[in-house]
Design a protein. Structure first.
Length: 79
């Protein structure tokens, strides 16, 4: 059985992709909750609830994206 080595180029690319998309998703989630609550004058508590709900949705999207990326991208060589 051949040894499996880490493909560092692909690993760095996947980690960088994950960080970039996560920052964008969570930024949009927090901004959307804040903006909707402010637009409809819903108050601070509803603003935090909307931000939390949108952040959960962003987290779900991020997990699904990373699962799909890891299925396709080869992170090891050999074997």
């Amino acid at each position: 059985m051949a040894a499996r080595r880490t493909n560092w180029r692909n690993l760095i690319m996947v980690v960088s992709l994950g960080i970039l998309i996560a920052v964008e998703l969570f930024g949009v989630a927090l901004a959307s909750g804040w903006a909707l609550a402010g637009l409809f004058e819903l108050g601070a508590i509803v603003s935090y609830v909307l931000m939390a709900l949108f952040s959960l949705l962003a987290g779900y999207a991020m997990v699904n994206l990373m699962r799909r990326v890891l299925k396709i991208e080869r992170l090891t060589e050999g074997g």
